[in-house]
Ligand binder design. Structure first.
Ligand SMILES: [Zn+2]
Length: 220
Protein backbone atom coordinates (compact mmCIF):
# COMPACT_ATOMS: atom_id res chain seq x y z
CA UNK A 1 0.00 0.00 0.00
CA UNK A 2 1.56 3.33 -0.97
CA UNK A 3 1.53 6.23 1.49
CA UNK A 4 0.65 9.88 1.01
CA UNK A 5 2.81 12.62 2.52
CA UNK A 6 1.60 16.24 2.59
CA UNK A 7 3.76 19.33 3.15
CA UNK A 8 1.47 21.53 5.26
CA UNK A 9 3.84 24.36 6.24
CA UNK A 10 6.05 24.86 3.18
CA UNK A 11 9.16 25.44 5.31
CA UNK A 12 12.68 25.45 3.91
CA UNK A 13 15.31 23.16 5.43
CA UNK A 14 16.78 26.25 7.16
CA UNK A 15 13.37 27.13 8.62
CA UNK A 16 13.11 23.62 10.05
CA UNK A 17 16.38 23.87 11.95
CA UNK A 18 15.96 24.37 15.70
CA UNK A 19 12.31 23.30 15.47
CA UNK A 20 10.86 20.07 16.75
CA UNK A 21 9.18 17.83 14.17
CA UNK A 22 5.96 16.04 15.09
CA UNK A 23 4.66 13.55 12.52
CA UNK A 24 0.90 12.95 12.21
CA UNK A 25 -0.78 9.99 10.51
CA UNK A 26 -4.40 10.43 9.47
CA UNK A 27 -7.22 7.87 9.36
CA UNK A 28 -10.97 8.17 9.03
CA UNK A 29 -13.89 5.92 8.14
CA UNK A 30 -12.14 2.61 8.62
CA UNK A 31 -15.47 0.97 9.59
CA UNK A 32 -13.97 -1.94 11.46
CA UNK A 33 -11.33 -2.71 8.79
CA UNK A 34 -8.41 -1.20 10.75
CA UNK A 35 -6.49 -4.49 10.85
CA UNK A 36 -6.16 -4.50 7.04
CA UNK A 37 -4.19 -1.25 7.02
CA UNK A 38 -0.52 -0.53 6.68
CA UNK A 39 0.05 2.45 9.02
CA UNK A 40 2.98 4.84 8.46
CA UNK A 41 5.25 5.48 11.42
CA UNK A 42 4.72 8.74 13.27
CA UNK A 43 4.29 10.42 16.62
CA UNK A 44 0.54 10.99 16.59
CA UNK A 45 -2.22 8.92 15.01
CA UNK A 46 -5.42 10.87 14.26
CA UNK A 47 -8.72 9.15 13.50
CA UNK A 48 -11.65 11.27 12.33
CA UNK A 49 -14.49 8.92 13.22
CA UNK A 50 -16.50 5.99 11.90
CA UNK A 51 -14.04 3.44 13.21
CA UNK A 52 -16.95 1.02 13.78
CA UNK A 53 -20.13 0.03 12.02
CA UNK A 54 -23.16 1.21 14.01
CA UNK A 55 -20.98 1.66 17.10
CA UNK A 56 -21.12 -2.06 17.97
CA UNK A 57 -19.28 -2.65 21.20
CA UNK A 58 -17.11 -5.53 19.98
CA UNK A 59 -15.99 -3.27 17.12
CA UNK A 60 -15.01 -0.59 19.63
CA UNK A 61 -13.06 -3.17 21.64
CA UNK A 62 -11.29 -4.41 18.50
CA UNK A 63 -10.41 -0.84 17.51
CA UNK A 64 -9.05 -0.08 20.96
CA UNK A 65 -6.84 -3.20 20.80
CA UNK A 66 -5.60 -2.11 17.37
CA UNK A 67 -4.68 1.30 18.81
CA UNK A 68 -2.86 -0.38 21.67
CA UNK A 69 -0.65 -2.32 19.24
CA UNK A 70 0.46 0.77 17.30
CA UNK A 71 3.82 2.33 18.19
CA UNK A 72 2.64 5.97 17.88
CA UNK A 73 3.10 7.78 21.17
CA UNK A 74 -0.27 9.53 21.01
CA UNK A 75 -3.57 8.53 19.42
CA UNK A 76 -6.34 11.11 19.07
CA UNK A 77 -9.81 9.96 17.99
CA UNK A 78 -13.20 11.63 17.45
CA UNK A 79 -16.60 9.99 16.99
CA UNK A 80 -18.33 9.76 13.62
CA UNK A 81 -22.03 9.35 12.97
CA UNK A 82 -21.62 5.58 13.45
CA UNK A 83 -20.37 6.12 17.00
CA UNK A 84 -23.71 7.60 17.90
CA UNK A 85 -23.36 7.31 21.69
CA UNK A 86 -19.81 8.56 22.27
CA UNK A 87 -20.18 8.94 26.03
CA UNK A 88 -21.28 5.31 26.24
CA UNK A 89 -18.24 3.92 24.38
CA UNK A 90 -15.67 6.29 25.88
CA UNK A 91 -14.72 3.89 28.74
CA UNK A 92 -13.78 1.23 26.15
CA UNK A 93 -11.31 3.56 24.40
CA UNK A 94 -8.48 3.34 26.90
CA UNK A 95 -5.72 3.56 24.28
CA UNK A 96 -6.51 7.01 22.88
CA UNK A 97 -7.55 10.54 23.68
CA UNK A 98 -11.22 10.53 22.62
CA UNK A 99 -12.17 14.14 21.90
CA UNK A 100 -15.78 15.32 21.89
CA UNK A 101 -15.66 19.12 21.50
CA UNK A 102 -12.35 19.21 23.36
CA UNK A 103 -8.80 20.33 22.70
CA UNK A 104 -5.54 18.57 23.43
CA UNK A 105 -2.00 19.93 23.12
CA UNK A 106 0.84 17.68 21.96
CA UNK A 107 4.37 19.08 21.60
CA UNK A 108 2.85 22.57 21.61
CA UNK A 109 0.46 21.68 18.78
CA UNK A 110 -3.19 22.32 19.59
CA UNK A 111 -5.65 19.77 18.25
CA UNK A 112 -9.41 20.29 18.52
CA UNK A 113 -11.76 17.36 18.00
CA UNK A 114 -15.45 17.87 17.33
CA UNK A 115 -18.33 15.66 18.37
CA UNK A 116 -20.63 14.52 15.54
CA UNK A 117 -23.58 16.93 15.18
CA UNK A 118 -26.75 14.99 14.42
CA UNK A 119 -29.06 16.80 12.02
CA UNK A 120 -31.96 18.39 13.85
CA UNK A 121 -35.40 19.54 12.62
CA UNK A 122 -34.54 21.71 9.63
CA UNK A 123 -31.39 22.62 7.74
CA UNK A 124 -31.46 26.19 9.04
CA UNK A 125 -31.91 25.03 12.66
CA UNK A 126 -29.08 22.56 12.14
CA UNK A 127 -26.87 25.35 10.82
CA UNK A 128 -27.66 27.67 13.75
CA UNK A 129 -26.99 24.93 16.26
CA UNK A 130 -23.73 23.90 14.60
CA UNK A 131 -22.68 27.55 14.26
CA UNK A 132 -23.03 28.04 18.02
CA UNK A 133 -21.04 24.88 18.72
CA UNK A 134 -18.19 25.64 16.34
CA UNK A 135 -17.76 29.09 17.87
CA UNK A 136 -16.17 27.17 20.74
CA UNK A 137 -13.27 26.00 18.55
CA UNK A 138 -10.32 28.03 19.88
CA UNK A 139 -8.69 30.50 17.51
CA UNK A 140 -5.23 29.06 18.25
CA UNK A 141 -6.11 25.61 16.90
CA UNK A 142 -3.43 24.09 14.66
CA UNK A 143 -5.35 20.94 13.69
CA UNK A 144 -9.15 20.79 13.54
CA UNK A 145 -10.82 17.37 13.38
CA UNK A 146 -14.49 17.12 12.36
CA UNK A 147 -16.15 14.00 11.03
CA UNK A 148 -18.40 16.02 8.74
CA UNK A 149 -16.75 18.07 5.97
CA UNK A 150 -17.16 21.79 5.60
CA UNK A 151 -19.51 22.88 2.83
CA UNK A 152 -18.10 24.18 -0.43
CA UNK A 153 -14.66 24.62 1.00
CA UNK A 154 -12.76 22.75 -1.64
CA UNK A 155 -13.04 21.44 -5.13
CA UNK A 156 -13.57 17.96 -3.75
CA UNK A 157 -17.06 16.68 -4.50
CA UNK A 158 -19.71 15.85 -1.93
CA UNK A 159 -23.09 17.04 -0.71
CA UNK A 160 -22.76 16.41 3.03
CA UNK A 161 -20.84 19.55 3.97
CA UNK A 162 -21.75 21.86 6.84
CA UNK A 163 -21.54 25.61 6.27
CA UNK A 164 -20.95 26.26 9.99
CA UNK A 165 -17.70 24.29 9.80
CA UNK A 166 -16.56 26.23 6.73
CA UNK A 167 -17.34 29.56 8.42
CA UNK A 168 -15.30 28.71 11.51
CA UNK A 169 -12.38 27.23 9.55
CA UNK A 170 -12.05 30.40 7.49
CA UNK A 171 -12.21 32.51 10.67
CA UNK A 172 -9.57 30.68 12.66
CA UNK A 173 -7.41 29.37 9.78
CA UNK A 174 -5.97 26.20 11.32
CA UNK A 175 -2.92 24.71 9.62
CA UNK A 176 -4.87 21.56 8.88
CA UNK A 177 -8.57 20.66 8.80
CA UNK A 178 -9.25 16.94 8.71
CA UNK A 179 -12.63 15.35 8.08
CA UNK A 180 -14.13 12.15 6.72
CA UNK A 181 -17.70 10.93 6.25
CA UNK A 182 -17.89 11.12 2.45
CA UNK A 183 -16.35 7.85 1.31
CA UNK A 184 -16.64 8.58 -2.41
CA UNK A 185 -14.63 11.78 -2.55
CA UNK A 186 -11.61 11.64 -0.29
CA UNK A 187 -8.53 13.66 -1.12
CA UNK A 188 -6.73 16.80 -0.10
CA UNK A 189 -6.79 20.45 -1.07
CA UNK A 190 -4.60 23.41 -0.04
CA UNK A 191 -5.84 26.99 0.01
CA UNK A 192 -5.52 30.09 2.23
CA UNK A 193 -2.58 28.47 4.02
CA UNK A 194 -4.91 25.67 5.17
CA UNK A 195 -4.51 22.02 4.21
CA UNK A 196 -7.87 20.27 3.96
CA UNK A 197 -7.80 16.50 4.18
CA UNK A 198 -10.84 14.36 3.49
CA UNK A 199 -9.37 11.27 4.98
CA UNK A 200 -11.87 8.42 4.43
CA UNK A 201 -9.88 5.23 4.14
CA UNK A 202 -12.73 3.23 2.67
CA UNK A 203 -13.27 4.03 -0.98
CA UNK A 204 -17.00 3.83 -1.71
CA UNK A 205 -18.87 0.94 -0.20
CA UNK A 206 -17.68 -0.47 3.11
CA UNK A 207 -16.51 -3.67 1.46
CA UNK A 208 -14.66 -1.68 -1.22
CA UNK A 209 -10.95 -0.97 -1.61
CA UNK A 210 -8.94 0.91 1.03
CA UNK A 211 -6.98 4.11 0.46
CA UNK A 212 -3.54 4.59 2.01
CA UNK A 213 -3.37 6.96 5.02
CA UNK A 214 -2.14 10.54 4.65
CA UNK A 215 0.65 11.75 6.89
CA UNK A 216 2.25 15.16 7.50
CA UNK A 217 4.75 16.93 9.76
CA UNK A 218 4.38 20.05 11.88
CA UNK A 219 7.53 21.88 12.95
CA UNK A 220 7.21 24.10 16.03
ZN1 LIG B 1 -18.18 6.46 7.17
Amino acid sequence: MTQRYLDVQGLSETDKQDKKRTRFVVLSDTHNRHNELEIPDGDVLLHCGDFTTQGLLHHVVSFNKFLGRLPHQYKVVIPGNHERWPDFIRPLLSNCHFLCDDQIEINGIKIYGSRWKPRISSLSAHYRNAKRTFQDVPTNTHILMTHQPGKGISTLCGQEGNQAITDRVLEIKPLVHICGHEHDCAGHYQNNGITFIKAAIIDGHRTGPLRPPYFFDIYL
